[in-house]
Design a protein around this ligand. Structure first.
Ligand code: HDE
Length: 675
């Protein structure tokens, strides 16, 4: 037995052992200081021979499937974080995942009581109610101070302060998830977060690393590599409850439901590849700070289409149509980031009467994990914090704990008691009743057979993308995989892609220098979902007017840009806005204007950069020559319209418009911009 930490009762005189000290200063021993030796007994190298056990040493045969009892893995995960060190101050412990966020206040209202056939929940059925909400949007992987425009899933967590208590709908902007059982979550998060030995990289896609050994992630990885993972703003992305919940109506009937948010402004993405995110983040205006925001909230027994040209989720929407039942408006930003955005805490287990849970093993695990994690983050009384507390009365017999704010008068803190004080509330008076159901079958720690198919939906997602979206996806896969130096990663992943789509697998393999496979590992179904209606709302379109201004100034005129309302003109030079900050670029016609643009190195660079970042580009009449000058080195096949009225759209997303057809500019521009 080794006994540590025992000090001699009387320390003797300090004797310096010169031989030992000299030995320690040689290069070899510099790495073997007394401290390193001291730490050695506590250091364990993980190898293929060090098998898994619980914290109390019992061998573990399965870490991926959830049963109610062995919760240690999730428990440990929930309490993994300690307060974050930041500069000279200690910030309160950040969320482990979803650490970087922005939040806003608002309200939710249903259009009518049509959902009453599914649920008794007043928040979903009573049109006379205005339910306050607080929504926190977030990225998943990065730490609290990381960029919020990286390729990542976005969190979309909504707290409804209803008359019957708080309902937390803790969702994401992608309708599915990487794993099927919550028990895998700690492994998944560890794999996508910075590496444990050096805490890098920060806020970057590491999902493929996890995906190589977890084919169940295939569908979600497709979404993560698509433009959906680089939303243009939190105001322009969908939200999904992801898990299946249940609704119970007045007759006691139960329905399965998936909750969806559809943004008024449409679903838009940054059109850049991962490598350009730095360019995008530095000078960007606060794209992701919520401003008045409007989205509809259609809980229904279905998934829903989105409003971008990206596809529907499963094709199930065709079978069970979406029902829009209400609208959420976010109209107020927070007064203090820490007190509101940082301290807000959500729990999937928080539902109100009329809403319940399915048996989805992901949801069941989440119902345990969120409450548990808040205990570490905010303490056991976290629900008393101003941003978290309900707007309806709270009374129970829970007492004490750190930071207890409430002073409860009276002699009893238990039930039943002889005063009948603090009695349970029966169902007739609004008490929450669990849905009663008959259950039969085996109880075993295994994954059900229906969880075994991983590629059909991934293929459906890919098939449903438009051509330019496919191109973005291929670029994203190629970019991410070419940054994995270990051939095992890119070889395994391109092989896995053969089960999704052979063309995708071949192109990516060729791009990353991996093995190009010739035969699919699965029979493709070739199905696709209908695309969704695009919208130009809120798109930022750059119009290159620099040349015209210069021209007018040279002639002694005082140029004004006149439009139906006041707007801004930004310089495109070194200190101005980059082309990467816009969704599209339009260059007006005019010979002198075009000549000035062609002569300006900055403008040419601007156009090239826009093209390189896959922006929609429109050129009218003589401005086509600017495209020639800027792009001819890169694109030989680019077609250009002659100077008549026609418009030509090339497969590169560039449209050129005839000289005189001013009327068609808006239509064509709209078409290319919305893809
Ligand atoms: Fe979370 N998740 N999660 N998650 N999650 C957390 O809770 C967890 C999952 C989501 O803005 C944590 O308060 C498990 C799916 C959002 O405050 C933690 C599993 C979805 C947020 C946690 C999942 C989400 C979180 C970390 C099972 C989409 C941020 C801190 C696989 C529906 C909420 C915290 C905010 C946060 C656990 C999976 C969304 C650790 C065990 C699926 C939006 O408790």
């Amino acid at each position: 037995m080794r006994i540590g930490g025992v000090l001699p009762s009387k320390p003797g005189p300090r004797v310096i052992d010169y031989d030992k000290r000299n030995a320690m200063t040689t290069m070899k021993n510099l790495f073997e200081t007394a401290k390193i030796k001291d730490l050695a007994p506590d250091t364990l190298e993980v190898t293929s021979k060090t098998g898994l056990t619980t914290d109390h040493g019992v061998p573990v045969p399965d870490t991926d499937n959830w049963t109610k009892s062995p919760r240690e893995k999730i428990h440990r995960f929930d309490h993994e974080r300690i307060p974050e060190q930041s500069g000279t101050s200690l910030l309160f412990s950040s969320l482990f995942v979803h650490a970087r966020g922005s939040a806003a206040h608002g309200y939710f209202r249903v259009f009518d009581s049509s959902a009453a056939k599914y649920t008794t929940a007043g928040v979903l059925t009573d049109p006379s109610r205005t339910t306050p909400v607080f929504v926190r949007f977030s990225t998943v992987q990065g730490a609290r101070g990381s960029s919020d425009i990286v390729r990542d899933v976005r969190g979309f967590a909504t707290k409804f302060y209803t008359e019957e208590g708080n309902w937390d709908l803790v969702g994401n902007n992608i309708p599915i998830f990487f794993i099927q059982d919550a028990m895998k979550f700690p492994d998944f998060v560890h794999a996508v977060k910075p590496e444990p030995h050096n805490e890098v990289p920060q806020g970057q896609t590491r999902i493929i690393i996890f995906g190589i050994s977890s084919p169940e992630a295939s569908h979600m990885v497709m979404w993560a590599m698509s433009d959906r993972a680089i939303p243009r703003s939190y105001r322009m992305m969908q939200g999904f409850g992801v898990n299946t919940f249940t609704l119970v109506n007045g007759e006691g009937e139960r329905f399965f439901v998936k909750f969806h948010w559809l943004p008024e402004l449409g679903v838009h993405s940054f059109t850049f590849t991962a490598k350009t995110s730095k360019k995008q983040s530095t000078p960007a205006p606060p794209q992701n700070t919520p401003s008045p925001y409007k989205s509809s909230h259609p809980p229904a027994n279905t998934t829903s289409p989105s409003t971008s040209s990206t596809p529907r989720r499963y094709g199930l929407e065709e079978l069970v149509p979406l029902q829009e039942i209400g609208e959420m408006v976010l109209n107020r930003t927070v007064d203090e980031f820490f007190a509101e955005t940082e301290q807000v805490a959500f729990c999937t287990s928080h539902v109100v009467p009329g809403i319940g849970f399915s048996d989805d093993p992901l949801l069941q695990g989440r119902n345990f994990s969120y409450f548990d994690t808040q205990i570490t983050r905010l303490g056991i009384n976290w629900e008393q914090l101003p941003i978290n507390r309900p707007v309806c009365p709270v009374m129970n017999h829970h007492r004490g704990g750190q930071h207890q704010n409430r002073i409860i008068k009276g002699q009893v803190n238990y039930w039943p008691n002889r005063f009948q004080a603090g009695p349970p509330i029966p169902k007739e008076n609004g008490g929450y009743i669990e849905f009663t159901q008959k259950i039969e079958g085996m109880k075993a720690r295994v994954r059900g057979a229906k969880f075994g198919e991983h590629y059909n939906q991934a293929e459906l997602f890919l098939n449903s993308l438009s051509e330019h979206e496919k191109m973005h996806l291929i670029n994203a896969f190629s970019f991410e995989l070419s940054h994995c130096d270990d051939p095992q990663v890119y070889e395994t992943y391109t092989k896995l892609l053969c089960a999704v789509n052979m063309d995708l697998a071949k192109t990516v393999a060729a791009n990353v220098g991996g093995q190009v496979h010739s035969s699919p590992t699965r029979k493709p179904h070739h199905e696709k979902s209908a695309p969704l209606k695009p919208t130009i709302k809120s798109r930022r379109v750059a119009i290159l007017v620099e040349a015209m201004k210069a021209l007018l100034k040279a002639g002694g005129a005082v140029p004004y840009m006149i439009g139906p309302r006041r707007g801004k003109i930004w310089p495109c030079g070194k200190d101005g806005q980059r082309s990467t900050l816009f969704d599209a670029l339009l260059m007006p016609s005019g010979q002198q204007s075009a000549d000035t643009l062609v002569a300006s190195g900055r403008c040419i660079h601007w156009v090239r950069e826009a093209f390189g970042h896959l922006k929609a580009i429109g050129a009218v009449g003589e401005a086509v020559s600017v495209l020639h000058r800027a792009l001819k080195l890169e694109v030989t096949q680019l077609e250009f319209a002659s100077s008549d009225d026609s418009a030509v759209t090339s497969s590169y997303g560039v449209v050129t418009i005839g000289k005189y057809n001013v009327g068609s500019i808006a239509t064509d521009a709209l078409e290319i911009i919305t893809g």
